[in-house]
Design a binder for this molecule. Structure first.
Ligand SMILES: Nc1nc2c(c(=O)[nH]1)N[C@H]1C(S)=C(S)[C@@H](COP(=O)(O)O)O[C@H]1N2
Ligand SMILES: [Mo]
Length: 508
């Protein structure tokens, strides 16, 4: 290795120590002081809408993994550069590291106040100190001919040793910090032990005919581990029922403050509701159906007595996400809920433990706030929610959609009977019909599974007599109001994708 390569390595391990040490200190100074979270959070918030939307449609629920990998690559390249430009007499790399440390400290201060800067600042000072030591070991050379090891002043063994020690220290502090931090915050133990209130009546019966049980077809009820997850949280918020509370305030006569203990004294309801993400492309899987336990929002809002000129409820989560929901939708008699249970369990931590909103008929971004702690009764002309600020529609009624689940895309089938099956949804309007078109043939009525609720999706199937050749399958749904879904293709922005899902199959 020549000298610049040693310097690059020195930069990477010193920056690693900066981050590692800061991560470890963040265990003491609290989650807001965590530099990786502070950077990640800021990147997520400042990403241009086009990029963000592209990331969600391209990577779906893997968008965060992609972000992490992207951040790691940028970090390693930057750290290498910091080392490469550092010289004993010209500390350009140290200056760059100091600037980056300072910027990160500012991000942390924005979240958690002045003391939140300390882990990053201490880590940066230690990183610069280490970088200077390593660069001194690697040695400098006036002529910059970079020839090693013929030159004087370079002891390969000592340099390796110093880099090795720094690497171990960076990994130990970094991994230790992440593990301790996660353990300190984790509420999964508490969740497993939490007692949900008993339902006064019978649980909602699910008709066996609601599930056609066709291989490859999404089951009527989506299991919690299979339920899609979409949110802006890099680290899943860990909210203890001890700390949780809900405040209903704003344009109300009677401000309400509910603790967990207050809440679960009340009688809960249980409902089947299908949730959908506005970022779900035609044929996509950002949709799921669950049994939710919770409290009617119209009851809670009635107690708060909203002013007659209010038209929006702005819900806020512990991590600052907001959704703006039409007050009229929350009070028109539908089963809009403050949910605390999902499929007979407390809400999974990823899905909003201990409490979230579930509103039949609206996309999640305008209604389904997870880790919810605040409902502000307000007006659409006074408040703008998270995604609406970023160019998405202020109101998000769900568009009538169908999806083909089976046969799988590009499949090779044998001629003969093939079930074409999928799901269709138009929450709070219900599904009246689903039709399938094969190539340019007539639209054929699919058989629908039992109608369980207008707030959930409905399975459908068409038994197809497949003939040899290449075929295009197309599907469309008609909702309970008699509206057939539009064939007009729309992108997910600003208010949800539309168009007929199609699938091409080969029959031998
Ligand atoms: N706190 C919080 N709640 C949120 C979001 C978020 O980013 N943060 N995303 C919303 C969006 S866009 C959707 S589609 C639903 C998804 O809920 P799920 O992850 O339980 O499927 O949550 C909603 N609630
Ligand atoms: Mo969403």
């Amino acid at each position: 290795m020549v000298r610049w390569q040693w310097r690059t390595a020195a930069g990477i391990v010193s920056a690693g120590l900066t981050v590692g040490l800061a991560e470890l200190l963040a265990v003491v100074f609290g989650p807001d002081s965590d530099p990786l979270d502070a950077i990640g959070r800021t990147v997520v918030d400042r990403t241009p809408d086009g990029v963000r939307e592209w990331a969600i449609t391209t990577f779906g629920t893997h968008d965060k993994t992609v972000l992490y990998v992207g951040m790691a690559v940028v970090a390693v390249v930057t750290a290498g550069l910091i080392g490469a430009v550092e010289r004993a007499a010209r500390p350009s790399g140290s200056i760059l590291l100091a600037v980056l440390g300072l910027v990160t400290a500012v991000f942390a201060v924005n979240r958690g106040g002045l003391s939140a800067a300390l882990p990053t600042i201490i880590g940066t000072v230690a990183g610069i100190f280490t970088l200077r030591l390593l660069i001194a070991r690697i040695g400098d050379n006036k002529t910059e001919d970079e020839q090693l090891p013929a030159e004087s002043g370079f002891d390969r063994r000592k340099v390796l040793q110093a880099i090795g020690i720094t690497t171990v220290a960076a990994l130990a502090t970094g991994i230790g910090g992440r593990i301790l931090g996660a353990a300190r915050r984790d509420v999964s133990g508490e969740r497993a032990a939490v007692q949900l209130p008993r339902l006064s009546g019978q649980p909602v019966p699910v008709s066996p005919e609601a599930d056609l049980e066709i291989p490859g077809l999404a089951p009527y009820l989506t299991g919690n581990p299979d339920f899609y997850r979409i949110d802006t949280a890099l680290l899943v918020p860990q909210v203890s029922v001890e700390d949780w509370s809900l405040r209903i305030h704003g344009m109300v006569d009677n401000e309400i403050h509910l603790s967990w203990a207050d809440l679960i004294k009340r009688a809960p309801i249980e409902r089947l509701v299908t949730l959908t993400c506005v970022s779900n492309p035609v044929g996509g899987n950002l949709v799921g159906n669950a049994r939710w336990l919770g409290y009617r929002l119209d009851d809670l809002l009635a107690e708060a007595r909203p002013h007659p000129d209010a038209d929006m409820v702005l819900s806020t989560s512990v991590d600052g996400f907001t959704a703006g929901t039409p007050l009229a939708v929350l009070t028109d008699g539908r089963d809009a809920m403050l949910a605390i249970g999902m499929n007979d369990e407390p809400l999974p931590v990823q899905h909003g433990y201990p409490a979230r909103l579930v509103v039949p008929g609206l996309y999640g971004y305008v209604s389904a706030t997870k880790w919810v702690t605040e409902l502000e009764v307000t007006r659409f002309d006074r408040a703008t929610a998270y995604w609406t600020k970023r160019g998405w529609s202020a109101r998000g009624p769900i568009k009538t959609e169908a999806r083909i689940d089976t046969p799988p895309a590009k499949s090779h089938l044998a001629a003969g009977r093939v079930p074409i099956a999928g799901v269709a949804w138009a929450q709070h309007r219900g599904i009246r019909a689903v039709e399938v078109q094969i190539d340019d043939g007539p639209w054929q009525r699919a058989r629908l599974a039992a109608d369980q609720s207008i707030d959930t999706w409905r399975q459908w199937v068409l038994e197809w007599d497949a003939t040899p050749g290449t075929h295009t399958l197309r599907v469309r749904a008609t909702d309970g109001a008699g509206q057939t879904q539009t064939s007009e293709r729309a992108d997910v922005v600003p208010d949800g994708a539309s168009g007929y899902p199609t699938r091409t199959v080969q029959v031998a």
